[in-house]
Design a protein around this ligand. Structure first.
Ligand code: SIN
Ligand code: FE2
Length: 217
């Protein structure tokens, strides 16, 4: 379903579109920080390389992932969970850069979620053709905190549904620099990403990177 989405411009010039109850799309929020983010990501990925994880059902996920922050999201045959150590190295995940935390906090604040303190940033890397099937983010301890999701690189189509898997979905085009924030009544909304269309992004090349900030504990 494509709702007629209504956009407004906030005091600081950000184009804000409400996509559901307590769920918003913020256009082009990353602005001038993208090159710095790329450098920081390279450092994180050197310490905790991107890897394809296996679902509890034994399927290899097509998106490559890693994390930074106090906790990282992991999946294997034992289940989905957050861990303070990277299972690949048994070392703590790389620190969450201050720039990342500030970006996530500011985005949350713009749509009314004050004092968001993410302790985990999941880094999803989509190659051409990869997708993320419909799911809920529900491995966190307390659902009163929002999810802040930053898009970098190639554009993607984001599906944002309801609290039931079969609820109608809104399709959103996510561009480099866009942020989606959802919480409150939409905190457990099903969401996913359609297969990434081929293309070449000036800074990130033939891929899309997504940063998902959560307060996991
Ligand atoms: C996710 O749901 O973890 C990622 C969403 C996205 O890549 O936009
Ligand atoms: Fe998710």
């Amino acid at each position: 379903m494509n709702l007629d989405l209504f956009s407004t411009t906030t005091d600081d010039g950000v184009i804000k579109t409400q996509i559901a109850e307590q769920a918003w799309h913020l256009a082009d929020l990353v602005h001038a920080q993208d090159e710095q983010i790329k450098v920081l990501l390279r450092e994180i990925i050197q310490q905790a390389p991107l890897r394809q994880m296996v679902t509890p059902g034994g399927q290899l996920m097509s998106v490559s992932m890693t994390s930074c922050g106090d906790f990282g999201w992991v999946s294997d045959q034992a289940g989905y969970r957050y861990q303070s150590l990277d299972p690949r190295s048994n070392l703590p995940w790389p620190n969450m850069p201050a720039l990342f935390k500030t970006l996530a906090k500011e985005a949350a604040e713009k749509v009314g979620f004050e004092n968001f303190e993410p302790d985990s940033c999941l880094i999803n890397c989509y190659a051409i053709g990869t997708r993320l099937s419909l799911h809920q983010d529900k491995n966190e301890v307390d659902f009163s905190h929002p999810i802040v999701s930053v898009s970098l690189g190639l554009p993607a189509t984001f599906l944002f549904g309801g609290l039931q898997r079969n609820a109608p979905q809104t399709r959103l085009a996510l561009q480099h620099g866009d942020i989606v924030v959802w919480g409150g009544l939409s905190r457990l909304a099903y969401h996913g990403v359609l297969p990434l269309a081929a293309g070449e992004h000036g800074l990130f090349g033939q891929q899309r990177i997504n940063l998902t900030f959560r307060k996991s504990h």
